[in-house]
Write a protein that binds this ligand. Structure first.
Ligand SMILES: NC(=O)c1ccc[n+]([C@@H]2O[C@H](COP(=O)([O-])OP(=O)(O)OC[C@H]3O[C@@H](n4cnc5c(N)ncnc54)[C@H](OP(=O)(O)O)[C@@H]3O)[C@@H](O)[C@H]2O)c1
Length: 267
């Protein structure tokens, strides 16, 4: 955990990360939160843990985590730039804002880590891809890595362009899995189950399979093969799902579309 941290924007993502960091041992005494309209939960968390919320004269910290909406960056930039000292590492989770975009708006920033977390970070089960610019020191990288790992799995990227692919795979990915639950439930209804029972079974199947994946280090393909007897019911379904125009092909197209869109939204 860094020696001091300032979080700017404690909404859904920022608030969830803050809660995870405090659990992971971040020192509340050296933590400052700035939020234009703090939620009740953020206000309560800060008061309970002794974190300074919207102090009158904040000073630069070792790490500044930026978690406001991307469209708010231009308006916030002049005030934010004054909160960045020569030693400050800027960690941005702003979708679509490259390290060059951030540097252009925040000239005081030198070391920048651009991260793309996802929604399950809010329960400490996120998947984050992060890119450090050339000015990030090994110590700063370790500090950022520790912060991101406190919200789940974090991986470093060598190439900033890969952030668009991360956005398409893990950033948007939770929605694909939610859709899988919906589709499985709908198929269950079509197969004769009541909507209530189909919904409960579909949900429990996806969360149960996810828990198995987590508990077992085997590859997903090995787990799939282990539950697929030749000529059995699972094999019959997988023949459809794995056909040439089946799920793998569909997923490739879906991820490519999300990646393309991430590129279009950048800037
Ligand atoms: N949610 C996700 O799953 C997810 C995933 C990946 C990345 N992200 C990124 O995370 C960032 C935040 O998203 P979010 O969903 O957490 O948004 P959010 O819930 O709207 O949170 C942003 C918070 O920042 C506050 N804020 C705005 N401008 C500010 C300023 N200049 N100084 C201090 N506080 C300010 C907002 O207050 P007001 O409400 O008054 O504006 C709000 O409380 C976005 O850039 C997004 O791209 C989110």
């Amino acid at each position: 955990m860094p020696a001091s941290l300032m979080l700017v924007g404690a909404g859904k993502m920022g608030g969830a990360m803050l809660a995870g960091w405090l659990e992971a041992g971040l020192d509340p005494a050296t933590t400052v939160v700035l939020d234009a309209a703090p939620s009740e939960a953020t206000t309560r968390l800060c008061a309970a843990r002794g974190v300074a919320l919207n102090p009158d004269e904040p000073t630069p910290s070792r790490v500044l985590v930026l978690a406001i909406k991307p469209q708010g960056l231009d308006a916030a930039a002049p005030a934010l730039d004054r909160l960045i000292g020569p030693e400050t590492l800027l960690v941005s989770v702003l979708a679509g804002k490259t390290t060059a975009d951030l540097k252009a708006r925040l000239p005081a920033a030198r070391a920048i880590v651009r991260a793309m977390p996802n929604l399950p970070a809010s329960i400490g089960r996120g998947a984050t891809g992060a890119f450090p610019n050339a000015a990030v020191t090994p110590d700063q990288r370790a500090a950022a890595g520790g912060l991101l790992a406190a919200t789940g799995t974090a991986v470093w990227l060598d190439d900033e362009a890969a952030i668009d692919a991360v956005t398409a795979v893990s950033g948007s990915g939770p929605a694909y899995v939610f859709l899988m639950v919906e589709a499985l439930a709908e198929a269950g209804i079509a197969a004769g189950l009541s909507p209530e029972i189909a919904g409960r079974l579909a949900r429990a199947t996806v969360t149960g399979a996810g828990a198995l994946l987590e508990a077992d280090s085997a590859e997903a393909a090995a787990l799939r093969q282990a539950v697929t007897s030749p000529g059995g019911t699972t094999a019959a379904a997988l023949t459809v799902l794995m056909a040439e125009d089946g799920l793998p092909a569909l997923m490739r197209r879906a991820v490519a579309a999300a990646k393309r869109r991430a590129g279009e939204l950048s800037g």
